[in-house]
Design a protein around this ligand. Sequence first.
Ligand SMILES: NC(=O)c1ccc[n+]([C@@H]2O[C@H](COP(=O)([O-])OP(=O)(O)OC[C@H]3O[C@@H](n4cnc5c(N)ncnc54)[C@H](OP(=O)(O)O)[C@@H]3O)[C@@H](O)[C@H]2O)c1
Length: 323
Amino acid sequence: MGRRGCRRSNLKGKLMDIITSTAIIPLLCGCVGIFGLFKLLQRIRMKAYIQDSVVVITGATSGLGKECAKVFHAAGAKLVLCGRNRERLEELVRELTTNQPKKTHKPHIVTFDLADSNTVVQAAAEILKCVGYVDILINNAGISYRGTIIDTTVDVDKMVMETNYFGPVALTKAILPSMIQKRQGHIVVISSIQGKISIPFRSAYAASKHATQAFFDCLRAEMEQYEIDVTVVSPGYIRTNLSLNAVTADGSRYGVMDKTTSEGRNAAEVAQEVLSAVGKKKKEVVVASLIPCLAVYLRTLSPRLFFKFMAGRARAERKSKAS
Ligand SMILES: NC(=O)c1ccc[n+]([C@@H]2O[C@H](COP(=O)([O-])OP(=O)(O)OC[C@H]3O[C@@H](n4cnc5c(N)ncnc54)[C@H](OP(=O)(O)O)[C@@H]3O)[C@@H](O)[C@H]2O)c1
């Protein structure tokens, strides 16, 4: 071994001495231990928060709502499942209550159309009559849209707005007084990454989700005095029936499973993220891949570049439809 090799091995030895003789290793072990303990306490607190809580989920017949029903039920919540189709909700209750290894609560069902503000208020009264109070309201139900602004009737814009914006707003307003009285409650809304950025040919949907984001941001600030929490969840694409059920410019069903939707995140995984965000009382959570997250920043930091990209996207989509 040459002199250089000898010096290097001396240096290595000294370095090891420093590491072992100083407090680095015990310090590292301590940090890992504290982190582990913090995570454990967080999990215990989350479990206690959800267990036996009354959780209302809209749009529980399909997709993300159905998966949320499964994870919140498994976490011990007392569920009220909402949707328009009673049969599908009954089927879900059967699925949830059959072969449950641990003790869980049998869910209640309340059916109503979110696009009809009067039935929403009646439904809220039915929910409160049925379970007494609501701990967590998950405004999940929604409808998507595909079309050009120029061809879309205002009735379609209104319908999407009624379902995605006025419906959740009416339900939240009807449930809030009981939460304020108790000085306890949690309002959750499933918005979308399209509540932060607007994509061409989705005008009505993006507008309804932007309005949702704005309303629930205001609500969060106003409800702080009553200790009522507000969580806005903004997912990217999720593999559900959303594009199949979307409405088109003339109000008819789109009926196509878009590639972006079929390649989206698994709904069960997203539901776990919703459970975790609610359990941690997060104010806002974006559940999307890197590109949509970067697009949100680009919209704020360089709007001109963002608009250029969106115009390009519109051109490309028009071209692919024409061919
Ligand atoms: N999938 C995605 O890529 C994606 C991405 C971001 C955000 N989101 C949001 O996630 C939420 C859930 O959508 P999803 O993806 O699970 O779609 P989905 O499979 O089509 O489910 C939509 C749910 O909303 C209900 N709903 C629709 N219109 C209603 C109305 N007028 N009254 C009452 N309930 C109504 C449906 O119930 P019925 O059985 O009565 O039709 C269904 O349970 C929506 O708010 C959506 O905007 C989805």
